[in-house]
Design a protein around this ligand. Structure first.
Ligand code: GAR
Length: 215
């Protein structure tokens, strides 16, 4: 089953995906450097045919699927997800295009240990279709935000942002591509920064997180 937690100095990171997985791949590329402070112990998808799963396998990463459709309730799905994360001895969870909203129960279990990237300059345009909304609003710039996950959708403390211009002839697709290039740069850096400055200050851990650790 899962490998043991990361060796001393490297935090065990699980990446949750629903689709393409390009942010996951960017994190994996960064984590291949020996001095990166986290290593990926699991890539988990909520759908069997997420293209990112194949990319993860190609990169030699452990993968698993917790298909949300197989569960009668959100709680049952999240208990299964929590189970695979704990079995992998994950210490930090990065949402990377993971399209399920997590319940307060799950967020509480992993409080202070879940990060997300969202393709807008939060607090502007949380939720769906941020690129179209940035264009429709006449915003002159957009970007991406790495934040801690809390109970509110895209509402947790902001850790890092990167900005791009919104151009006069932009479509949501063109803007998304410009933002995505920044996501790939920002997310690995923000995770490393979070691990170095927040998680490791909390000291070594014997047990999987229970949501009570003060960071
Ligand atoms: C990324 O743009 C990410 O910011 C976005 O989904 C895309 C996933 O791409 N996430 C959200 O909109 C979450 N609210 P990827 O699967 O290639 O990383």
């Amino acid at each position: 089953m899962a490998e043991p937690a990361a060796p001393p100095g490297r935090v065990a990171l699980a990446v949750l995906i629903s689709g393409r997985g390009s942010n996951m791949a960017a994190i994996a590329r960064a984590a291949a450097a020996p001095d990166y402070p986290a290593r990926i112990v699991l890539v988990a998808a909520d759908r069997r045919h997420a293209p990112g799963l194949e990319i993860a396998r190609t990169l030699g990463l452990p993968t698993t699927v917790v298909p949300h459709r197989d569960f009668a309730t959100r709680q049952a799905f999240e208990e299964a997800l929590d189970g695979v994360l704990r079995a992998a001895r994950a210490e930090l969870v990065a949402l990377a295009g993971f399209l399920r909203v997590l319940t307060p129960w799950f967020v509480g279990r992993w409080r202070g240990r879940i990060l997300n990237i969202h393709p807008s300059l939060l607090p502007r345009h949380p939720g769906l279709n941020p690129h179209a909304r940035a264009i429709d609003a006449g915003d002159s710039e957009s970007g991406c935000t790495v934040h801690e996950v809390t109970e509110g959708v895209d509402a947790g403390p902001i850790l890092a942002q990167a900005r791009v211009p919104v151009l006069p002839d932009d479509t949501p697709e063109r803007l998304a591509a410009r933002v995505l290039a920044e996501e790939h740069r920002l997310y690995p850096l923000a995770i490393a920064d979070f691990v170095r400055h927040r998680l490791q200050r909390a000291g070594p851990r014997e047990e999987p997180p229970r949501g009570a650790l003060a960071l």
